[in-house]
Write a new protein. Structure first.
Length: 193
């Protein structure tokens, strides 16, 4: 058991029989007789639905310990992805609903931690940021405005917004969870200079 004020992103809770992963936590202090509140954003690990409950800071919640194993991504087929344990060669299918946008950034042979509860995979831990190559976009141009953006299609099929100076063939850093452009990778920058 854990009290709500000790919740952190990444923890897993069981609430009324359902398993939830904590995505965000924000604590608000109370004033005078008003108690504080802990605002959370949770994701149901089976359905992928988001829930934003509020808890009292001293409310007790059931936290769950997960097993974590490094698994190698083999291939995607239909609505699921197949991963293999490199030590036992056991293969498991993980539904795309568990993977979210991260599924677009998977590459064959990539090893990622997979979290299990009662022998069932409930989440895959993606890196926060990954490199991806721009397949197509408008020709690069320079603008006096730093806030000017254009559409770009990455090799993995994800469409993102990039600054005007980015051209096709360049490597960019992308936030996996949101698909948001972070920066041009330095290796690509040096090559094109």
């Amino acid at each position: 058991m854990i009290i709500a004020s000790d919740l952190r992103a990444g923890m897993v809770l069981r609430i009324e029989g359902d398993i939830y992963k904590v995505l965000e936590v924000e604590s608000k202090a109370g004033a005078a007789k008003m108690g504080g509140v802990v605002k959370t954003k949770l994701s149901n690990v089976r359905s992928g639905r988001l829930w934003e409950p509020h808890f009292r800071p001293l409310e007790r919640l059931e936290d769950i310990e997960l097993e974590r194993h490094m698994m190698e991504f083999l291939f995607a087929e239909g609505q699921s992805c197949t991963f293999m344990n490199p030590e036992t060669y056991e293969q498991i299918e993980i539904p795309g609903s568990i993977l979210g946008l991260g599924v677009k950034f998977l590459a064959s042979g990539m090893e990622l931690p997979v979290e299990f509860f009662n022998g069932e995979p409930i989440s895959v831990v993606f890196p926060e940021i990954t490199d991806a190559r721009v397949m197509s976009t408008a020709p690069p141009s320079h603008s006096p405005q730093d806030s000017a953006w254009k559409e770009a299609l990455l090799e993995n099929g994800v469409s993102i917004r990039v600054p005007l100076f980015i051209g096709a063939g360049e490597l960019v850093r992308v936030e996996v969870k949101t698909g948001r452009y972070i920066e041009r990778t330095h290796a690509a920058h040096k090559r094109s200079a």
